[in-house]
Structures are given as C-alpha cells and as structure tokens.
Design a protein around this ligand. Structure first.
Ligand code: ADP
Ligand code: MG
Length: 704
C-alpha cells in the first residue's frame, strides 16, 4: 500500500499498531502528524573531529573503528560499558552506563560515529554516554544531496541532531529514523498552498523544504527559517479558518431581528441594586446592536470571575422576551444551572417573565420535565429555559427560539458549538451569546475567536476587594491551619479547601484520597463542621453539601476543583488550595475568585510541597497579580508555549509549533491574510489555502 500524508501512522514501516498507540499520546495519528512533530531543539554534533584534536568540554562527533569493548562494574556498583575507538590520528576511551547490549551492537571492528561531550574521567579524556551510529559503507556514486537531506548519510551524529518531544517507548532516535523514512516517501506530496507573493514578501521557504529542514537542517539558520515557515502557516491557517467560519455564519443565516424596548431596558437597569460598570454598559450596547440585526449575533463575552456577566445576559434575555422570543441559557454543570436559575429568576421574575429550570433529574415549573424520551421531544413553552449543555443533545423542539446564551465558564465545548450552528426555528437562526471567564489575552482571543464578536468586561464592579494571597510552604502548614481556625471563629466566614483531583478523571483512588483528607481535616478542625464535595457524588448529595455550606451549617467545604465552575457564596472568605503547583495560574485565579464575593475580607492560601525555585516563583506571582489575563501571560512566559491553556483546563486549541506570545509573527500573519482577502474576499482564488485552512483546524479541534 502506498503511504500518503493521510495514511494512519501505523502503516509507516516499523511502526505498527503498538507503536501507533504510543504515538497517539504525542498527538500523532497520521503520517502528516508525524511530519509535523517538530523538534524542540537540536544537538549540534556537526563537528567531526579527528581524535588527536579533541578538547575537554567540547561536544563533538568522532568517526572511527571499535578497537575494544567490554562490560565493567564500577567501584560503586554501576554497570559500565567501556570501548576504545581509533581513527587515523589516535584513540579515545568511550564509556556508557547500563547499556550492556552495546557489546553486541557495536562489536570490535565496527565502523561508528559517536557524538557526545568530551570530559575528564580521572586523569584521562573520555567521551561519555555518546549517541552512536553505525557507519555503513556508502556507495560514492550516490551523493546524499541528490535525495534530499532526509537521506544524508547520518541521522544521529555528525550533524545537527533533532531532539523531539518524547513519550514512554518513543525516543528521539526512533522518531528520527521513522521521520527520515517518511520524508523520503511522501515529502513530494506536500503541496505548497501559500501563494508565491506571500512567500516572497515574508521571505518564507517552500513547504516541502521547510518540513524536511525542520527535522534535518544543515545549519541552525536553516532550522530557524524552516520553523518560521511552519509557525507562519499555523498562525495564518488558524486565522484563515476563523475568517471562513465568520463568512459562513454571516452569509447563510438569518435571525429574528428584534426591536429594543428602550424604556423597559432602562427601567430594568435602574431597578438593579448596583450601578453597571462602564464595560457592562458597553457590552450591553454591543449586544443590543447585534440583536436588532438580520445577521444572527455570534458574540463572546469575556469577563473575569465576578465581573458581572450574568446581568448582561439577563438584559439580552429580557429584550428577547419583549419581542416574543424564547431564550435558552446553558451552563456546564447542573449546579451552575441551578444557580443561574436562582439569579435569573430573581432578576426577571419581577418583570413577570417566567423562568424554567430543565434538568435531567426532574424540573421545576411543571412542563419542562425531561424524564423520558417522549417528553423530551415536547416543545418547551417557557419563555426562558435554563439547563446544562446537555439541552443541546436532547431532541428538544424549541418553540420560538430567539437567543441562546452559553455560560461556558472556562471550558470551551467545541462539539456543542458545532451543534449550535445547526439549530433553527422556522428557518431562523437564534442569536448566540457565549460567556467565558477564560483569562485570555486579547490578541490571542482575536486569533482563536476572530469569527466571533468580542465584548470584554475588564473592569471589576466597584468595591471589589483584592484577595490577599500567600504561598504557604510545608513548614508553615500547621500555623496556617491555626490561623484559619481563628479566622473562622473571629469573623464567622467560611473556608473552601480544594484538592487537585481533576473532575473528569476523578477515579476511585482520588475519591478515596479526598475521603482520607476529609478524615484528617476533622482532626485538624475538631470544632468546625466540615462538608465534602466531589465529582463522583450524586447530584442530590452535591446539592445537599452545597446547601449546607451556603446556609452556613458547614464552616469548611472540602472539595475537588468542581467548585471552580462559578459557585457564588458571599460568606466564603478563605480559599485554601492543596498542591497548588499542580494547577495553572489561570485555574488558581478562577478558584481564588470563589472568595471575596461578599463584603467579608478574603484570603487565598496556596499550599505547596514543592521547593523548586521556578515553581515557587510562578506561584508567588499570585501574590501580586490579580488579573486573569495577566496571570495567563505569566504562565505563557514561565511554562512556555503549549502550556498556556492546558487543553484539559480550557479546551482551547493549542498551537503545535507557533507561540501565542509571538506578537510580531501574529501581526505579520494578520497583514498577510488581509492582503489575500483584499484580492479575493472569499479566498476562492486560493483554493489550496482555503481547503488546508479548513482541514487544519478540524484536526486541532478533534484532538481536544
Ligand atoms: P460572573 O461574571 O463571574 O458570572 P456574576 O454575574 O455572577 O459574575 O456577578 C458576580 C456578582 O457581582 C453577583 O453577585 C452580581 O450581582 C454582582 N454584580 C454584577 N454587576 C455588578 C456591578 N456593576 N456592581 C456591583 N455588583 C455587581
Ligand atoms: Mg457566571
């Protein structure tokens, strides 16, 4: 069978199903994925040095013959392999540790290249633990250049050697061999989709050359140029894709244009117990401008935890109601849906708007029960329906749906998003408002969600307090417990204790761990009542635990990070987080946002057992930075590309090669896309580019 870019990686020679399984952990499922698994650095073994000329401290490649090789045991009991290698100019001792098979692989007389560092060992120079490569006789008639760099004589020594992200059972050496082989077979299939003028004006390499040279560059400069081309493509493709989505949304769909009942809206705003922030007012205006349009709204409302997104959504719902249109509000969890139900009923109830909660386990307000299939397909007649994201997957026939609000908090449900664009009632597409607390820098938001209009709530409501934050090392633990206990007694405030068990993967083991912790806490806080909340509990029990906490029956709530998603308990004053180093800063910030929601002075304690300097620095930035997007930037800098939004946390597509912090390249690709669009708004002049852009992002989405 002929290997193509889209072939499953298991058909690559010497891969097979078992290795394919391992490769999938690196996000590699197709041949193309393998080619785009780019090195994160190169070992410079390009210097081939005669043995007589080697210097201590240098990293070099030598080329010679194995003169002797033996297994030894050192004084300290380590197993060591010692070889003597000779070339025309001298001999050198080479050592490895714990690789007894080498005496078989490199028998006396083998021609080898060895690449590694020259060090002193006792009083003589040795090369220790080098990479090795057996040199096969090369027919002179076939110079490597003719077949491209992938076939150059050596992959592992005597050159810039690519080092890849690895996983158990998949080494860089193994990847190098597979990638070289694949390049040889399919690199001609890499069709360059970038228009020539773009390549020229940005000084970009051809695609096939870039993919080849990023793995096997001749020089560091060539590696950089190759990488630049691939980074450029990734950013350009993402934006192109997003542009196409936007076009599609705007072209095909027609909404129910609404009329804004200005008097009613003003009356509603005046009735609120607080004054709206400037950002809230702006966002509301932006939303109203969308609602009156024939093009359905597709807007993302980004606002830190506590920035007041709900009331903004409530106004949109109110306008829809006044136009005789139904609204649906969806939340990621049942608990949050309940909470929204409370808040929205409180806000809209006085205006005579009937709000219904739709749940899997029974419903309030009669008609919206969804106990069995038959009932699920009944049209739901309430003007405002509140439920979880599962509402979408049910075959609900909405009555006259005018507005969908999705509160995703910080989890982007890409699958749901796709379903959303299919919903219509009587041929009309509802307006769509998505809300998120993902701390996302504006530049990044524009790239990832450029298909959406963006409203941002950067101001916090007046009088929001700064939550005093401390990183607590292990030796201060008992003092911290004491302090917490005193605070509870003194102020009557309540405490969250969060352990880092991830909600989706909450296994029985971690449930047991949280139960053990629960018992421990009972002995630490013998005078305070403690509640327990974790993802494996039944909804009923979760609600009971939360209610006990809300009504202050429990002073302390021990929880897994389920509390992260938007629980509003004004009397909570301390957020204590165990093993804080296991969380991203953005996530810690979200957790911290669970306290300081009322008037009571609030604190956040980050416990860690880590003594690693950079980990502590990272955590300590929580003590001084109180803006989500800023913390996200810090994580971007400290943890490097790829870690910004751990997909587990956010579901935001991660860049494979480029970096969201590369603002310069982001600008360049934006300009490039603009110039393409100025030639042809539909991009049909550039069909290859268009197709690749659409295909490329789908892959990213499937992965998260
Ligand atoms: P989030 O953006 O995290 O969803 P909420 O909408 O839950 O935030 O708002 C958090 C709290 O702030 C709520 O109790 C809400 O009533 C209150 N709030 C919203 N806007 C304002 C404002 N402009 N001034 C004061 N409090 C506000
Ligand atoms: Mg909210």
């Amino acid at each position: 069978m002929e290997l193509t870019l889209t072939s499953s990686v298991q058909y690559v020679p010497r891969v097979g199903p078992r290795m394919a399984q391992l490769l999938s952990k690196l996000g590699i499922t197709t041949v193309e994925d393998l080619l785009y698994h780019v090195p994160f650095r190169y070992d410079d073994f390009s210097l081939i040095v005669p043995i007589s000329r080697i210097q201590p401290g240098e990293t070099v490649t030598i080329s010679g013959i194995i003169h002797s090789i033996v297994n030894l045991t050192t004084k300290s009991g380590k197993r060591m392999q010692q070889a003597i290698i000779t070339d025309d100019t001298g001999k050198l001792t080479v050592i490895w540790f714990n690789q007894p098979f080498l005496t078989r692989v490199l028998p006396i007389g083998t021609a080898v290249r060895l690449a590694g560092k020259i060090d002193w060992f006792g009083n003589k120079l040795v090369m220790s633990s080098p990479s090795y490569e057996i040199v096969l006789p090369q027919p002179q008639a076939c110079p490597p250049e003719r077949q491209g760099p992938a076939l150059s004589i050596s992959l592992h020594t005597g050159r810039l050697v690519p080092i890849y992200p690895e996983t158990e059972g998949v080494t860089s050496k193994w990847l190098r061999n597979r990638i070289a082989e694949v390049l040889e077979k399919v690199s001609t299939q890499l069709v360059d989709y970038l228009p020539e003028p773009i390549k020229i004006s940005y000084g970009l390499m051809d695609l096939a050359k870039a993919v080849t040279s990023v793995h096997f560059p001749k020089t560091i400069q060539q590696a950089k140029n190759a990488r630049l081309r691939l980074e450029f493509d990734e950013l350009l493709m993402l934006q192109t894709h997003v542009h196409i989505l936007r076009e599609q949304w705007q072209q095909k769909k027609v909404s129910n244009p609404m009329i804004v009942p200005i008097k009613d809206v003003e009356h509603f705003i005046a009735s609120l117990p607080f004054e709206l922030t400037g950002d809230q007012k702006n966002s509301i205006q932006e939303i109203l401008d969308n609602l009156v349009s024939l093009t359905p709204m597709n807007r993302l409302l980004v606002g830190d935890v506590g920035s007041g997104k709900t009331v903004v959504a409530a106004i949109a719902i109110c306008v829809a109601f006044c136009n005789g249109l139904q609204s649906v509000l969806m939340a990621p969890t049942q608990i949050l849906a309940e909470q929204h139900y409370q808040t929205i009923s409180n806000l809209l109830g006085p205006l005579g708007i009937n709000v219904a909660l739709v749940t899997g386990e029974g419903a309030k307000n009669g008609e919206s029960r969804m106990k069995n299939k038959e009932q699920r397909s009944l049209p739901l007649n309430s003007p405002v329906l509140i439920g979880t994201h599962a509402l979408l997957s049910e075959s609900i026939r909405f009555n006259k749906l005018g507005l969908i609000v999705i509160d995703e908090q910080h989890r982007f449900g890409v699958e749901q998003r796709a379903k959303l664009s299919e919903i219509t009632t009587q041929g009309k597409t509802p307006h769509l408002l998505t809300m998120t607390a993902t701390p996302i820098p504006r530049t990044v938001a524009k790239i990832l969600f450029g298909n959406l209009d963006l409203s941002m709530l950067n101001q916090m409501p007046k009088g929001r307090q700064v939550i005093k934050t401390w990183v607590v090392p292990n030796d201060k633990r008992s003092a911290a417990y004491q302090w917490i206990s005193q605070q509870i007694d003194k102020t009557g405030g309540q405490v969250f204790i969060v352990c880092p068990f991830i909600e989706e993967s909450e296994s029985l083991v971690s449930v047991k761990a949280v139960k053990t912790e629960y018992e421990t806490l009972k002995t630490i806080f013998p005078h305070h009542s403690i509640g327990l909340l974790h993802g494996r509990m039944k909804l009923k029990d979760k609600m009971t635990a939360l209610n006990r906490f809300r009504t202050q029956k429990d002073a302390i709530l021990l929880s897994t990070p389920v509390v992260e998603v938007g629980i509003d308990i004004p009397n909570a004053m301390i957020m204590m987080i165990e093993a804080a180093d296991r969380f991203g800063l953005a996530q810690l910030h979200q957790l911290r946002g669970r306290v300081g929601r009322g008037s009571i002075r609030s604190f956040c304690l980050l416990f860690t057992e880590s003594e690693d300097g950079s980990t502590l620095t990272r955590l300590k930035s929580m003590e001084t930075i109180f803006s989500g997007p800023e913390l996200a930037e810090v994580d971007l800098k400290l943890r490097g590309p790829g870690k910004l939004f751990g997909t587990a946390q956010h579901g935001i597509p991660e860049l494979k090669i480029a970096n969201f912090s590369d603002t310069e390249l982001i600008k360049q690709t934006q300009t490039a896309l603009k110039s393409l669009l100025s030639q042809d708004k539909s991009l049909s002049m550039f069909p290859l580019l268009r197709d690749t852009a659409l295909k490329g992002i789908m892959k990213t989405i499937q992965q998260d």
